[in-house]
Design a protein around this ligand. Sequence first.
Ligand SMILES: Nc1ncnc2c1ncn2[C@@H]1O[C@H](COP(=O)(O)OP(=O)(O)OP(=O)(O)O)[C@@H](O)[C@H]1O
Length: 280
Amino acid sequence: MINDIPINTILSVENLTMRFGGIVAVNDLSFTAERGKITALIGPNGAGKTTVFNCITGFYKPTSGVIRLRHSDSEWQLETLNDFRISKVAKVARTFQNIRLFPGMTALENLMVAQHNALMRASGYTFLGLFGVPSFRAAENAAIDLARYWLDQIGLLPRADDAAGNLPYGDQRRLEIVRAMCTEPALLCLDEPAAGLNAKESGELNELLLRIRGDHGTSILLIEHDMSVVMEISDHIHVLDYGVKIAHGTPQEIRDDPKVIAAYLGADEEEAIAVMEGET
Ligand SMILES: Nc1ncnc2c1ncn2[C@@H]1O[C@H](COP(=O)(O)OP(=O)(O)OP(=O)(O)O)[C@@H](O)[C@H]1O
């Protein structure tokens, strides 16, 4: 019998384990993410963060464990669904460590592609679309409006018709995030969105993510190495090391946690405390 999850919890990962042959990438991991908040998963390289994301988003089938998502009066066990249903039905969107825009398509077209499923439905799977019936035209206009809204949110409306691949790197990163937002997700999973960004671009990313959380109430799960992003925008942080959770708390609590410092420094706990207390 699975217990009920609290009303303010959107995601509950329970006893998740993922093995690859002899490697235990994630080991009996449990954590939750709150509705309308930014939850970060951090940890040194190889800690298991991306594997957790891949289990949540259906790219991997976990060895064991339960992943529950609850919103809109419904609950899904994500480990039982394939990636297509996780995005379409359970409304989980994700971005990847490497940019996966369509570089030859315009910025606007990239955001329209994200709405392909909704447009196909409205077109009666092309038949109504071919005849340009009003309901399809209305859906198409709504899709363009949504795409233009998100382009405006990241200051790219003037570059709507430029090829995505010609945009500056930081703009491409944010375009990828708003492309995910065009699917109107309940949970947005971001895998290292700040990778390769300079300080100014990281600041712009922070602003965008805070706006997505604040104005849209979208719950965000974030993997990130850039501590200027994690510490500034996260409501709650879970720290992984060798596939297990070693700490969780607010940014301040995590910043001050010797176990976390030890994991990052590769030092033992006493040594990390000594570093914190300025004894070395
Ligand atoms: N498909 C796979 N096959 C075999 N081993 C894998 C696979 N995916 C991940 N691993 C292993 O699982 C462990 C966790 O990897 P993972 O990529 O989840 O860590 P991470 O915390 O995301 O690391 P990084 O911060 O470097 O991206 C590593 O030892 C990795 O080599």
